[in-house]
Design a protein around this ligand. Structure first.
Ligand SMILES: Cc1ncc(COP(=O)(O)O)c(C=O)c1O
Length: 495
């Protein structure tokens, strides 16, 4: 681990201490250092705090469910609706910003000028701050063109920039970057594969509302973390209440109607005698299949439900590409994760026309988004455990290099369909299943645990297969027949 560089005391806090000393010595001084609002606590807030004073137990690490739900409501009212599960509370947004830099890792782009703590925190985290000037009047947001130049140069010099910090509205310039600048910053961050940490602690303190502050989370929702707190708008710095809003494209999190899970059949090289599509040849798209909506996704540890009495199941360890459509419906590739595209291949083998039914099984996805282009090589091992004993084991290979088709051709083809370009839709596109236990003559049974260890990427997940068929009484009744039809049932039957 690199030796952390010595960090000088925060300039604003040092100034505050110096001013406090001068006050004690009887001087009349006005502080323009720390962003201390200096107003009395609102009585209603004082009452709430006092009412909670007796609560002294450890709470949930990410904050109480009530707090996280209230914060999700705050963001929803500001056009940034979020699942409360993606809200994390901490002792002030400053500590959350530091935790984010540590968690994301890599070097950190900071605007110049900017709040003193970003560069200091980056150094404390063992990273190198990469300063990028703002454009005049566009405080808090590095000039997108200079950002591109700086990141390209830093990467060429062996640095590892992974995050850009922005402040909207800004401290210290007191300006609010325009919607256009924020949009260009978001596009550039996506192009450069940077996480955006958007410090919006002054978000409710804009007095000139003719040009409201716009969050980069609107344009790059899959890669923007927003932080805020009660310090500024409610003058409660000493309460140390900060919150972060994590990106909403985490696999398995997208709201039901807002995510589509699909893939292509027969894309692995093994199904093409080990060949790849001829370079420059005409692209004949493989067959697409629908796998489910966002709320059909199961996370590691959750059961994968399949219909009772499947013909023959197959586990399919695969890469899932994640695309997020922006407000205009333009898809943006966000990164990738891994999954198990479990299906009833026996049904498909009996009758390939049954493919949609064969796919009607839950799908596992891991909740981690890997930034960067689709992976070239993905290798690992599958272990199937029954009653505590391993009953089948095998390896798999499912990266870009293992496919017959080129990923870009498949994605370009998919996004020619307007149905997958609805604004805000998240598309999980499953790629290239290798041969698996089924091809080895093994048959998955009810209760089997399928463990997938993606060794090339250090990701391991396990799900139990469950044969389920809802009782017939749970089947919704057919719509009541219209009166005329009831009078002439034989005609209805032939329609
Ligand atoms: C831009 C900015 N971000 C964050 C903070 C700190 O906020 P908190 O009190 O939530 O730690 C400040 C305080 O001065 C600030 O100016």
């Amino acid at each position: 681990m690199p030796e952390p560089a010595p960090i000088p005391m925060s300039a604003t806090l040092a100034a505050d201490e110096a001013l406090a000393r001068r006050r004690r010595a009887g001087e009349r001084v006005l502080s323009m250092a720390a962003g201390e609002i200096g107003l009395p606590v609102l009585p209603v807030l004082r009452e709430r705090l006092a009412a909670a004073a007796a609560e002294n137990a450890y709470g949930p690490v990410a904050g109480s469910p009530a707090l996280r739900t209230a914060v999700a409501g705050y963001w929803e009212r500001r056009g940034l609706a979020v699942d409360p599960g993606l809200v994390v509370a901490g002792p002030g947004s400053k500590s959350l910003l530091f935790a984010l830099l540590l968690a994301i890792g890599g070097d950190v782009v900071v605007p110049v000028p900017s709040w003193v703590s970003y560069a200091a925190q980056a150094r404390l985290a063992g990273a190198r701050p990469i300063p990028v000037p703002i454009r005049p009047g566009q405080g808090g947001v590095p000039d997108p063109d200079r950002l591109r130049e700086a990141v390209v140069a830093a990467r060429a010099a062996g640095q590892d920039p992974r995050v850009v910090v922005v402040t909207v509205p800004d401290n210290p310039t007191g300006t609010v970057a325009s919607a256009g600048t924020v949009r260009r910053l978001a596009d550039t961050a996506r192009e450069l594969d940077l996480v955006i940490v958007s410090d919006e602690i002054y978000g409710d303190l804009v007095y000139d509302t003719s040009e409201p502050a716009v969050s980069p989370a609107l344009h790059a929702p899959e890669r923007t973390v927003v932080t805020t707190g009660l310090t500024k708008n409610l003058a409660l710095g000493g309460w140390r209440t900060g919150v972060a809003r994590l990106p909403d494209s985490e696999p398995g999190r997208a709201p039901a109607g807002n995510a589509l899970l699909s893939g292509f059949m027969g894309t692995h090289k093994k199904k093409w005698g080990g060949e790849t599509a001829p370079e420059g040849g005409e692209f004949t798209p493989p067959k697409w299949f629908f796998k489910g909506f966002g709320d059909w996704v199961r996370l590691p540890g959750e059961a994968l439900n399949v219909p009772a009495r499947p013909v023959a199941l197959i586990e399919e360890p695969e890469v899932a590409l994640v695309y997020v459509n922006d407000a205009d419906g333009t898809p943006h590739y966000a990164g990738y994760t891994f999954g198990n595209d479990l299906c009833d291949i026996g049904l498909h083998r009996q009758d390939p026309g049954y493919n949609p039914y064969c796919k009607l099984c839950d799908t596992a996805l891991t909740p981690w988004l890997f930034l960067g282009p689709p992976p070239r090589t993905v290798t690992g091992r599958v272990t199937i455990v029954r009653d505590g004993a391993t009953v089948w084991e095998g390896t798999f290979d499912c990266g870009d290099d293992a496919l017959y088709y080129r990923v870009q051709d498949m994605a370009d083809h998919l996004f020619t369909f307007p149905a997958v370009r609805r604004p805000g839709l998240v598309n999980y596109v499953l790629l290239g299943a290798d041969e698996a236990s089924f091809h080895d003559g093994f048959r998955i049974a009810d209760g089997d645990r399928v463990a997938i260890d993606v060794k090339s990427h250090g990701v391991a997940f396990e799900n139990q297969v469950r044969y389920v068929s809802p009782a017939p009484s749970a089947t919704p009744a057919a719509a009541p027949a219209p009166a005329a039809a009831a009078a002439a049932p034989e005609r209805v039957a032939t329609v």
